[in-house]
Design a binder for this molecule. Structure first.
Ligand code: IDC
Length: 345
């Protein structure tokens, strides 16, 4: 009998005191449902909604300035395994990022216009978009031109691709379209502009309010050309790309001047190493870049989410995990980037 009273007393006391035991204990007892749903409410898109361009930057549904930050995939044809829900969840919850860029090469080996399966690539992009939507993250669909220097080379394929994608994404206002990664070589701003004038209306016909990113000449460095002669559409941003060990003061000066001039700029790709995607990381230059991007609230995506043996890959070469990485699973650059994103307000 004594034993029985003791047990009864114990359980009564436990139930009376549980509510006072503090959050952490409560979570453990009541399971993870509450935590999951409160996370969904706090998901970036649930808080900020559809974005639009105002002045030189982005604002959210409440008109407040917002800075997108996140990772770009590597070429999705080469590293499709990183386009998965848990990878993006890790980037959202552990890396504290709000945006993912899906890089789809057009001309490199197995690219969309060079022998890759267009159906499979489109399916992968849609999958990536849906994961981003489910997680309340912003997603950039990147038509990743590179060795095809002028976007007009594959203009017809681009038009068909963006027509299909913008139809698919018409109700997913977390999607941003990047219509040409890095024009280069002989591709002059006039020619890029002519391409943009054909592709933008195709996207806008399905998804009228979407933010659209336009690449600039010289591997998306000559934003001043766009500042001198901008496109006449709303909700357009121009891309600037930098690799910290290659591009330094002179490119930062250009960014500063263009922003002061009111040009909306999005750094849709940057690296900590040199422009080859490999070599030493330059953290000093990277810090200077980040100070500037923070000062002007410039959105940015780091290159790249893969485990390739090159310094720009954020997963350590040899690590086979496709989500839930520990610090030991990351490359030197990966650790820097994760810490950087986590340090942001
Ligand atoms: C690089 C990749 C590398 C790949 C190469 C293909 O890191 O693994 O073999 O492309 O040509 C860019 C491009 C981006 C490049 C990156 C590094 O947008 O595709 O990725 N870079 O060279 N612009 C400047 C640098």
């Amino acid at each position: 009998m004594k034993q029985y009273v003791r047990i009864l007393f114990f359980w009564t006391a436990l139930f009376i005191f549980i509510p006072f035991l503090g959050n952490d204990f409560g979570k453990g007892v009541w399971g993870s449902e509450e935590t999951e749903s409160s996370k969904a409410e706090l998901a970036p898109f649930s808080v900020h909604g559809a974005l639009r361009v105002e002045g030189a930057g982005l604002v959210d549904q409440n008109g407040e300035s917002i800075r997108l930050r996140g990772m770009s995939t590597h070429g999705i044809a080469w590293f499709p395994e990183y386009v998965n829900y848990d990878a993006f969840r890790t980037l959202r919850d552990d890396w504290k990022t709000n945006c993912v860029r899906l890089a789809m090469y057009t001309e490199e080996y197995n690219g969309y216009c060079s022998g890759g399966s267009q159906e499979e690539l489109k399916a992968l992009v849609k999958k990536g978009v849906d994961f981003g939507t489910d997680l309340g993250m912003y997603v950039i669909i990147d038509w990743h031109i590179l060795s095809d220097s002028d976007p007009n080379i594959h203009k017809e394929e681009a038009i068909a691709f963006f027509k299909e994608m913008s139809w698919y994404c018409k109700n997913q206002s977390n999607v941003i379209y990047e219509i040409c990664n890095e024009p280069n070589g002989y591709a002059a701003w006039d020619s890029i502009k002519a391409y943009a004038k054909e592709v933008i209306p195709v996207i806008r016909a399905n998804d009228p309010d979407a933010v659209i990113l336009v690449g600039t000449p010289m591997w998306s460095q000559e934003i001043q050309k766009a500042a001198e002669d901008p496109l006449e559409y709303e909700n357009i941003m121009y891309t600037l790309h930098f690799y910290a060990a290659t591009h330094t003061d002179w490119l930062r000066m250009r960014l500063k001047e263009c922003i002061k001039h009111g040009l909306p700029v999005f750094v849709s790709e940057f690296g900590l190493c040199d422009a080859s995607g490999n070599g030493q990381n330059d953290f000093r230059q990277a810090e200077l870049w980040m100070e500037l991007l923070e000062q002007y609230q410039v959105s940015c995506c780091g290159w790249n989410l893969a485990n390739k043996a090159e310094s720009s890959s954020v997963i350590a070469a040899g690590c086979g995990k496709t989500s839930d990485w520990t610090e030991a699973d990351l490359s030197e650059g990966g650790r820097w980037l994760r810490n950087y994103f986590r340090s942001l307000p």
